[in-house]
Design a protein around this ligand. Structure first.
Ligand code: 2P0
Length: 374
């Protein structure tokens, strides 16, 4: 019985990532295989990240998970696929101090507990599933002594949530769609590390922390089934943009980076509109939400926020000799703005404060987001 008392734990932290060339559409729903490559920037872990602790003990009778303090079911196919893939690759673990010895075979019957916490709104279009699933897979892989490199782990995280595979690396990351039917070559690779372009500043305006209305999974399924535009995007547009974006990142070419980022965000929302029924992620947010608890986030609730942001940035960029800021919007109502240095970021914040002033004292603290990221 005393042998039942031990618990072995691992804790990991994983930031979320923001796609600059977007993933939208699957060719295989179960394995989560995309219809195009995508490229993202991984944020730095101070701001938008998931912290996950995983534990194993012979006293645990089921696999269980708590997300932000509430128990959630692990019975879904995606979690099960990740757990199965990891268990099948587990190795022996020995902790002499605690007198613990787990053999490869033991992992088949041992159960795990997972406690996960996001420091940002879950499912409000801030890619919480990306950070969450990447962190789950990474921490379990450590706990189970899975001896695979990051790219193999990315293929496991991908089966939890597509965009999660990109959060296994920092800096700039490409998710290669791959060709194989079994998904073995649909993996993430790092294009450049977090030091490569460290004067970029990413600012996220959390317009709303409410949960989005159309989940990415069902939204992209509808798009693939009904949109003509998505076929053109996946086959003709994205492959060219991927090459151009890789080049822009390699050369730290902000004008090209900004042009591609804005164009790809706009095309992603165009294919959403081209879906039946149409999906509006850039909808109006006129309700005031509770200020978000993390003081490092901008919390602006303004009606008609997106179009003014887009036109404000577009006008500003045209006014300057070279673009100063790029915008990108994901499957939720929050704005992600990328400026090419701290000076441009300070000016951007000034403008945001001017056009979208905080509406109460509490907002004053919660206005500014994130410092630099990659
Ligand atoms: C992206 N998004 O590349 C794109 C841009 C949203 C817009 O990846 O079904 O949560 O779990 O694979 O990864 C959101 O999709 O969807 C997403 P699943 P996921 O970041």
């Amino acid at each position: 019985e005393s042998g039942k008392k031990w618990v072995l734990t691992v804790t990991a932290q994983t930031p979320t990532n923001i796609a600059v060339i977007k993933y939208w559409g699957k060719r295989d729903e179960d394995l989560i295989l995309p219809i195009n490559d995508s490229i993202s920037v991984t944020l730095d872990p101070d701001h938008l990240c998931t912290t996950t602790s995983v534990a194993v003990s012979p006293a645990f009778t089921h696999d269980r998970m708590w997300l932000n303090g509430k128990e959630v079911s692990l019975s879904g196919g995606r979690y099960q696929n990740c757990l199965r893939e990891l268990r099948s690759r587990a190795s022996d673990v020995e902790d002499e101090e605690k007198g613990i010895k787990i053999t490869k075979k033991d992992w088949e019957k041992l159960h795990v507990h997972v406690v996960s916490y996001n420091n940002f709104p879950t499912a409000a279009g801030l890619a919480s599933s990306a950070a969450g699933l990447a962190c789950l897979v990474f921490s379990l892989a450590k706990l189970m002594n899975v001896k695979e490199d990051h790219s193999k782990l990315s293929a496991i995280a991908r089966q939890g949530s597509g965009s999660a595979c990109r959060s296994l690396y920092g800096g700039f990351v490409k998710w290669i769609m791959g060709k194989e039917e079994n998904g073995s070559d649909s993996i993430a690779v790092q294009l450049a590390d977090e030091k490569h372009w460290d004067d970029l500043v990413i600012i996220i305006a959390v317009v709303s922390s409410r949960q989005k209305e159309t989940s990415s999974t069902s939204g992209m399924r509808d798009t693939v089934e009904t949109s003509m535009l998505i076929k053109h995007r996946a086959k003709e547009v994205v492959p060219k943009r991927i090459i151009q974006m890789e080049e822009a990142i390699k050369n730290r070419d902000f004008p090209a980076f900004a042009r591609l980022t804005c164009a790809d965000s706009n095309q992603f929302h165009a294919v959403c509109l081209d879906t039946l029924p149409p999906i509006f992620y850039m909808n109006d947010t006129s309700h005031r939400q509770e200020p978000f608890f993390n003081s490092s986030f901008i919390n602006v609730i303004v009606p008609h926020f997106y179009l003014p942001i887009i036109s404000c940035v577009e006008k500003w960029n045209r006014h300057e000799e070279t673009p100063q800021v790029a915008y990108t919007f994901d499957a939720g109502p929050n704005a992600v703005l990328i400026s090419h240095n701290r000076k441009a970021a300070a000016l951007l914040l000034q403008r945001l404060l001017f056009y979208f002033p905080p509406q109460s004292d509490t907002d004053l603290n919660s206005y500014v987001i994130g410092d630099k990221t990659i």
